[in-house]
Design a protein around this ligand. Structure first.
Ligand code: PLP
Length: 630
């Protein structure tokens, strides 16, 4: 039966999680569609182009046009909801900087959001400094969350003095007096928000950001006390924005509705009580469907962007109507949903953990009797006896390896034992898998027999949440998608950490423990993409084994097709070494000293010494990942 790109789309769930941005073309290559239409960027062509431009792999490829598209989608969804429900107010989203601080990403988001009133959200003084440097629309907000000290508050107030709409969100009770103190010192009137702790919680991995035990936010009493403090200082009018955030990647729309209703009720009661609140910030949490199942499981979400916007707008309006107060300006802090789709990591598979054992097993006459017996088991194994023969082989293996431990089995016979038992296992498993129910022992065997593909990347740098939080990311070969993938493999990175392996892959309503891949062809590269990595991964990566930031390329689709508009080199070894206060120059000097000693002791010629030094310098100036090109 033939296998087509359509089959690959189904197998890898490209239609399901791709959000319209990805497809497999008739040549079997993975394509990116920045405008969600027929116009596509062929990733294999991009790969060849990057290689010609000497971009090193792994490489991160960004599609700025997808960022712009996502900004458009989310603002459009709110715009449509506002019209549909006759909402007498506006929407002003803010982008939380912590989700991706990369300059090119931020520049593009800000550019796309200009004219729409899009603002930024900062969670630290450094992030606020970045936000203030951007030219936003006049009415765009800069929302300052997280714990604050005096310098952070002062910088925010300076922003207000510059005419920016910088909102200081109070996260804990003591911050009110801190802000009032700095306001008095500087003579600048603040714009205040207050984060409230809702009873409602999110759902999924980040559930504990909400609820009454959350790390941030004021309890109801603390909120009222803060209001009193402001009233006494005659600054109640500065409190404009009630805020809540119940966690990232909220998988279940019901949780969003519950939180919005509760938050809107708090807004309405404050307003009815004489507070000047006129902006409601519903936080982040808008999800990304990483597995494409459209369900409330961790990697997914059971709603769309449109439904999200509708539910926010509708519920806030309903509650304001019931409480007879004017509706607020709406703010959401969507980070993940804006950025996840725009970037992917291209990897090259460099090999597998075991070379396929295609050679015939030749058992010499003088081999151990047990080995002879294994050979007979292999030859005699049939559909009917596969379980029994498999058990016999396992038992024989134990015996033989026991013999080895005692010194009675040669290395040659040990190798034969391992090879034969493996073959028997594979054959038996094939028969076992024909049954509707696969027994536990064969499931375990299947796991043991899964191939490991070794790819040139670091899980810790490129998809840290895969390691830290078991988050799932779609992975797909970028070519040969018109060829049936006959191998099941996990993906090992090049760090020397056994955690540096991806063995969980998204599947519809399930998690796969291996990925369908193609057999490697000698001398030919095999490329995979890790997708939807644009949110958080970039900025959380660490430098395990000193593997650094990867080379980046920006790709734009224009009239003449795809163009690589920019290449940004990743870290070289010396960049990463300096991060840890290592001193590459001193390291070179040390090697130099060692060559001097070797020359003096006549163990080395001057020419050899120079060669060693040149190579050592080259190593320090090189990419931190592996180079398979020679
Ligand atoms: C992290 C965070 C966000 C972003 O959440 P997403 O789920 O990525 O949209 C928004 N607001 C606050 C307060 C946050 O801490």
């Amino acid at each position: 039966m033939s296998f087509t790109a359509r089959d690959a789309e189904r197998l890898y769930g490209i239609d399901a999680w791709g959000g319209g941005y990805f497809s497999a073309n008739t040549e079997g290559h993975l394509c990116v569609h920045p405008f969600r239409d027929d116009r596509g960027v062929d990733l294999l062509q991009v790969t060849h182009r990057l290689k010609r431009r000497r971009v090193r792999f792994p490489a991160l490829v960004r599609f700025p046009q997808i960022l712009a598209a996502r900004v458009g989608e989310i603002f459009d969804a709110f715009e449509r909801a506002i019209r549909e429900f006759d909402y007498d107010g506006t929407y002003r989203g803010v982008f939380p900087l912590k989700v991706n601080h990369q300059r090119e990403v931020l520049d593009e988001l800000v550019r796309a959001g200009r004219g729409l009133g899009m603002g930024l959200e900062a969670g630290s003084m450094a992030e606020l400094a970045v936000a203030l440097a951007h030219r936003l629309d006049r009415d765009a907000l800069i929302v300052c969350n997280a714990y604050k000290d005096k310098p952070y508050v002062r910088l925010a107030l300076r922003g207000v003095a510059l005419g920016r709409k910088v909102v200081l969100v109070v996260e804990k009770p003591q911050e009110v007096s801190l802000i009032l103190e700095v306001a008095k010192e500087t003579g600048i009137r603040p714009i205040l928000g207050m984060r409230t702790r809702l009873r409602a919680r999110g759902s999924g991995k980040w559930e504990k950001s909400g609820g009454s035990g959350a790390k941030f936010g004021l309890s109801t009493q603390e909120l009222l006390d803060a209001v009193d403090t402001l009233r006494e200082a005659d600054l109640l009018v500065t409190f404009r924005l009630p805020h809540f955030h119940v966690g990232s990647q909220i998988t279940d729309i019901k949780r969003i509705k519950d939180a919005v209703k509760e938050g809107a009720r708090i807004y309405a009661k404050l307003r009815a009580d004489g507070c000047a609140v006129d902006i409601l910030d519903v936080g982040g949490g808008l999800g990304v469907d990483y597995d494409g199942s459209r369900t409330a499981v961790e990697a997914s979400m059971n709603y769309t962007v449109t439904e999200y916007a509708n539910d926010v707008v509708y519920n806030v309006r309903e509650i304001c109507e019931a409480e007879e107060v004017p509706v607020p300006t709406l703010v959401s802090e969507s980070g993940r949903a804006l950025t996840a789709y725009h970037s992917l990591v291209l990897l090259e598979v460099s090999g597998e953990n075991q070379t396929p054992d295609n050679r015939e097993v030749v058992v010499p006459e003088d081999a151990h009797d047990g080995v002879q017996e294994l050979l007979e088991i292999e030859r005699g194994l049939t559909r009917k006896n596969h379980r029994e023969y498999f058990h016999d082989a396992e038992e024989m293996r134990e015996d033989l390896l026991g013999h080895f431990d005692l010194g009675y089995l040669s290395l040659r016979d040990r190798a034969l034992t391992e090879r034969l038992v493996r073959r028997i296992g594979r054959k038996a498993l094939e028969f076992a898998l024909e049954h509707r129910y696969v027994s536990e022992e064969f499931e375990a065997l299947q796991k043991r027999l899964i191939t490991k593909y070794i790819a040139n990347f670091s899980v810790f740098q490129s998809i840290p949440d895969s390691w830290a939080l078991d988050q799932l990311f779609p992975m797909v070969p970028i070519h040969r998608l018109d060829e049936r993938p006959t191998v099941r493999a996990t993906l090992c990175d090049v760090t020397c950490d056994s955690d540096g392996e991806v063995d969980r892959f998204p599947a519809l309503r399930d998690v796969k423990d291996s990925l369908e891949v193609h057999p490697l062809q000698p001398g030919k590269p095999y490329y995979l993409a890790i997708l939807l990595v644009g949110a958080y991964q970039d900025v959380l990566g660490d430098f395990h084994n000193l593997f650094g930031r990867v080379d980046e390329a920006l790709v734009n689709l224009g009239k003449g097709g795809a163009r690589v508009t920019r290449v940004i080199p990743g870290d070289d070894a010396d960049d990463v070494l300096r991060l840890y206060r290592q001193d590459p120059e001193a390291m070179v000097a040390s090697i130099q000293e060692q060559t001097r000693v070797a020359i003096r002791e006549r163990r080395m010629t001057r020419a050899e010494a120079n060669e060693i030094l040149a190579e050592y310098r080259e190593a320090l100036e090189g990419y931190t990942y592996l180079d398979f090109s020679d």
